[in-house]
Design a protein around this ligand. Structure first.
Ligand SMILES: Cc1ncc(COP(=O)(O)O)c(C=O)c1O
Length: 362
């Protein structure tokens, strides 16, 4: 199983499983921007490596200022973290809700953080028959039963945004809401869709952002939390000092100013998402329409093909996909793939075509 250590993008496990070198794989199992990282990342690593002899700024002043200007939110409402993963853990640990509602299937770190904090979990189901879109009635029911809700916007692995009126229902009810917007920057109208401006002033809204996907820097680790300044002040006191390293701070500051990279990404994604969605549909797969840079699809129910067989056969061809049946709420028809550059996407489609034909004849 490729996800032995919990997530996609584990090339070391892939190399051990399929007997190929790490560099021989096309990785569709982690959702990174294939245009990245921006060139400034290489420049910073090359030019500033000697500065690692000093401790990083513990409060990331330069990066906080840049984020504040970029999104037009107060500096006091921002906390930088070692990836969104640190902030998910930290925030749940500090809020410590007795009962937390999680919209699932979703990223497994939410339930892990809740379990570590001793919170009881209430499921908010995202259903196949609703196209995995969060439903108003389910949210209303969850508000009655919980102290806080944890929802991804857009969600992983389904790729769907939360309808704006559903978010409004939660905020109008003054119910604490954590929104994970790790993939929202892939939307060209990010600034309208994101709730970070609301989070900066509303005591019940917390927004977690990742910078690792859009800028393809998961190995650097960088994310931020936006919340009311009083909350940020409290949460800061529970954070590990210097968790955000010097290079991450420099890189975060530089990439946010690279508007050309953002424009190219939005243009590539719009074209390529349409192409890959149509190509997967053309193979007879059931495709969930995506609002972001990865696609969830289902194989037809059959003896010959499911995601575990597909992951294994594609892996032998050097193509890695995510077994989405490991997300609670999905069965073994479900597979998730990142959207990559055309040539790579063509190899994915060719690989799927081949294994589905073989499946038919075996
Ligand atoms: C929905 C979601 N949130 C957060 C994260 C963690 O992001 P980071 O690399 O910033 O820790 C991931 C990583 O896959 C994710 O899918």
């Amino acid at each position: 199983m490729l996800e032995r250590y919990g997530h996609g993008g584990d090339l070391r496990t892939a190399a051990e499983s399929f007997g190929l070198g790490k560099e021989q794989f096309l990785d569709f199992s982690a959702n990174m921007n294939p245009l990245g990282p921006p060139a400034c990342v290489g420049d910073i690593v090359r030019d500033k490596w000697m500065d690692v002899i000093r401790y990083p700024d513990p409060v990331c002043r330069e990066l906080v200022r840049t984020i504040s200007q970029h999104y037009d939110i107060p500096e006091a409402s921002i906390l930088i973290g070692n990836g969104a993963a640190e902030l998910i853990d930290l925030l749940v640990r500090v809020l410590k809700p007795n009962v937390i509602g999680i919209a699932r299937p979703s990223f497994s770190e939410y339930e892990e953080a809740a379990e570590k904090a001793g919170s009881q979990i209430v499921d908010i189901p995202l259903r196949e028959r609703d196209g995995f879109v969060l439903q108003q009635a389910d949210v209303e029911a969850a508000i009655q039963q919980t102290d806080a809700l944890f929802i991804a916007h857009p969600n992983n692995p389904t790729g769907r945004l939360v309808p704006s009126d559903v978010i409004d229902t939660i905020t109008t009810a003054c119910h604490p809401l954590i929104l994970d917007e790790a993939f929202v920057d892939f939307l060209p109208n990010e600034k309208e869709i994101s709730r970070i401006r609301q989070a900066a002033i509303n005591r019940n809204v917390f927004v977690i952002r990742s910078m690792t996907k859009f800028y393809s820097i998961p190995g650097i680790r960088l994310g931020f939390l936006v919340a009311h300044p009083d909350h940020i002040h409290t949460i800061k006191q529970h954070k590990i000092p210097w968790s955000v390293n010097f290079l991450a701070q420099e890189i975060g500051t530089a990439v946010l100013q690279d508007t050309d990279f953002a424009d190219r990404t939005h243009k590539w994604l719009q074209e390529e998402r349409q192409w890959l969605t149509q190509s997967l549909t053309g193979l007879g797969l059931q495709v969930v329409p995506s609002d972001t840079n990865f696609i969830l699809f289902a194989f037809k129910q059959s003896e010959e093909m499911n995601v575990k067989i597909a992951q294994n056969r594609l892996g032998q061809l050097g193509i890695l996909v995510r077994d989405a049946s490991l997300f609670s709420g999905l069965d073994n028809r479900y597979c998730r793939v990142a959207i990559r550059l055309r040539e790579d996407n063509e190899r994915l489609i060719a690989g799927l075509t081949q294994i589905m034909k073989e499946g038919h004849h075996s």
